[in-house]
Design a protein around this ligand. Structure first.
Ligand SMILES: NC(=O)c1ccc[n+]([C@@H]2O[C@H](COP(=O)([O-])OP(=O)(O)OC[C@H]3O[C@@H](n4cnc5c(N)ncnc54)[C@H](OP(=O)(O)O)[C@@H]3O)[C@@H](O)[C@H]2O)c1
Length: 371
C-alpha cells in the first residue's frame, strides 16, 4: 500500500493525479482532514490524518545530527502507517517534517521516499543507512526534479570518466515556484550557499561563483546554489568535489544578494510568519499550461586530475510535472521490486539510465572526453 503524506499540497496533488492516471490507489494523508477530503472525494481514495509535530519549534533546520537520539513518533502517526509499505512524503519544508517521518517508517518497516531538495535532509537520511539496512527498508529522498535528473546525469558522467574528482552540475528553465518551494528556499536557506570540497560540505556565500554554462539550447549565466546533489552526488559517483549551479537572469541574481542581506530578519519568528502568510496569499505555482509547455535544461561536467573532462546535457519536462512523473515512477518501482535496503539516491536505486526511462526525458553525453 502506498501512502502520500502532504497529498493536498501543490505537488502532492500533482502526484496523486499521476498515481490515479497509472491506476494506483494511494492512501491520501496529511495533517488536515478538511484539506484532504475534496481530493479523496474526487478520486474515491482513503484518507488518513496525523500531525508531524516533532516537539521543536519551526525555524532553522533541526534535523537529528548523527549520534543523537531520533525523534519519537507518536501513536497517531504510527497508526496512520498501519499496513503501509511505501510512504511518499511530500510535506515540506522537509527540515521540519522528514526526521519524524523517517523514524516512523523505521519503526513500522515502511519504505521512505520524499521530494526534498534540502542538503541537510539528504545528509540526515544518509546517516540512517545502517538503521534502514537493519530494518530492511529503503530510504530514498529526492525523487523529484531535485535530484533525479542531475543525479542520473552525474552518475552517467562519472561512469564514462572513471577517476574523475570534480563534478559540476547546472540546471535552467521552469515556469515559476510553488508556495512550498518558496518557503523552503526562503525559510530553510539560512545558511547561504554550500559546495562539496574534497569530500566535505562547506558553506559558501550565496551565488559564490558565477559562470556561463553551455546548456544544450543556449549558454546562460549561472550562479552556485546549494542544490541537493552537493550531498547526493557523492553517494552516487564517489566524486569528492561537487559544485551546483542555477541559471538566473540578472534581476534574480540581484534578488539573491538582497535576500542574503535580509536573511537575519528571517530568523525573527514574527517576520517568518509574515513571510509565510504573504507566500500563502500571493503564490499559486505554475499553472497547467505552463507545466505542459516548459522544459528544464540540465548540464554536467566531470573533470579528471589528469585534465580530461567530459560534459553531458539532459532535457526534461517542467520541474513540477517532472516531479510528479518521477516520484510516482520511483514509488511504483519500490512497491513492486524495492532496491537493496538502505539509503539510496535515485541513480543508486534504479541505475544511471533511470532518467532516460521517463517520458520526454533525454540525456546526451559528449562523444569523448577532452583535455
Ligand atoms: N524535489 C523537487 O524537485 C521538488 C518539487 C516540488 C516540491 N518540492 C518540495 O516539496 C515541498 C512541498 O511543496 P509544495 O509545492 O507541494 O508545497 P505546498 O503546496 O505548500 O504544500 C505543502 C504540503 O505540506 C504540508 N505541510 C507543510 N508543513 C507541514 C508540517 N509541519 N506538518 C505536516 N504537514 C505539513 C502542507 O499541509 P497543510 O496544507 O496542512 O499546510 C501541504 O500538504 C516543498 O518543500 C518543496 O520545496 C520539491
Amino acid at each position: 500500500m502506498l501512502l502520500i503524506y502532504g497529498a493536498n499540497g501543490f505537488t502532492g496533488q500533482l502526484i496523486v493525479e499521476e498515481c490515479v492516471r497509472r491506476g494506483l490507489r494511494p492512501v491520501l494523508a496529511g495533517r488536515r482532514a478538511d484539506a484532504l477530503m475534496p481530493l479523496a472525494r474526487q478520486y474515491g481514495l482513503e484518507v488518513r490524518v496525523a500531525s508531524l509535530f516533532s516537539g521543536h519549534a519551526p525555524g532553522r533546520p533541526r534535523l537529528t545530527p548523527p549520534g543523537t537520539l531520533p525523534p519519537v513518533p507518536h501513536d497517531e502517526l504510527l497508526m496512520m502507517l498501519d499496513g503501509v509499505s511505501v510512504v511518499l512524503h511530500c510535506a515540506g519544508p522537509f527540515f521540519r517534517t522528514s526526521g519524524l517521518m523517517v523514524q516512523a517508517c523505521l519503526e513500522v518497516g515502511a519504505h521512505y521516499l520524499d521530494i526534498t531538495g534540502e542538503i541537510a535532509v539528504f545528509e540526515a537520511c544518509r546517516h540512517r543507512h545502517a538503521a534502514a539496512r537493519q530494518r530492511e527498508i529503503v530510504i530514498l529522498p529526492g525523487v523529484g526534479f531535485d535530484v533525479v535528473p542531475t543525479d542520473c546525469l552525474a552518475a552517467r558522467l562519472a561512469a564514462a570518466l572513471p577517476g574523475a574528482t570534480q563534478l559540476e552540475l547546472a540546471f535552467a528553465g521552469g515556469g515559476g515556484f510553488s508556495r512550498g518551494t518558496l518557503k523552503t528556499m526562503l525559510l530553510g536557506g539560512g545558511e547561504g550557499g554550500a559546495i562539496r570540497q574534497d569530500g566535505v560540505i562547506i558553506p559558501v556565500p550565496r551565488a559564490w561563483r558565477t559562470r556561463v554554462i553551455p546548456f544544450r539550447d543556449k549558454p546562460r549565466t549561472s550562479v552556485t546554489i546549494p542544490w541537493g546533489d552537493v550531498s547526493t552526488a557523492q553517494w552516487s559517483t564517489k566524486i569528492p568535489t561537487i559544485h551546483t549551479y542555477l541559471a538566473l537572469p540578472v534581476s534574480a541574481r540581484l534578488g539573491m544578494t538582497v535576500q542574503g542581506a535580509l536573511q537575519p530578519l528571517l530568523d525573527i519568528p514574527a517576520v517568518r510568519r509574515l513571510v509565510e502568510r504573504q507566500i500563502d496569499a500571493r503564490v499559486s505555482g505554475p499553472n497547467a499550461a505552463v507545466r505542459a509547455r516548459a522544459r528544464m535544461q540540465i548540464w554536467g561536467r566531470v573533470t579528471h586530475p589528469d585534465g580530461r573532462t567530459l560534459e553531458g546535457t539532459a532535457v526534461t519536462p517542467e520541474g513540477y510535472r517532472f516531479t510528479a512523473i518521477a516520484a510516482v515512477e520511483c514509488a511504483q518501482r519500490v512497491l513492486v521490486h524495492p532496491p537493496e535496503p538502505g539509503y539510496h539516491t535515485p541513480s543508486s536505486a534504479f541505475g544511471a539510465h533511470f532518467l532516460e526511462s521517463l517520458p520526454e526525458c533525454d540525456v546526451q553525453l559528449a562523444s569523448g572526453s577532452s583535455r
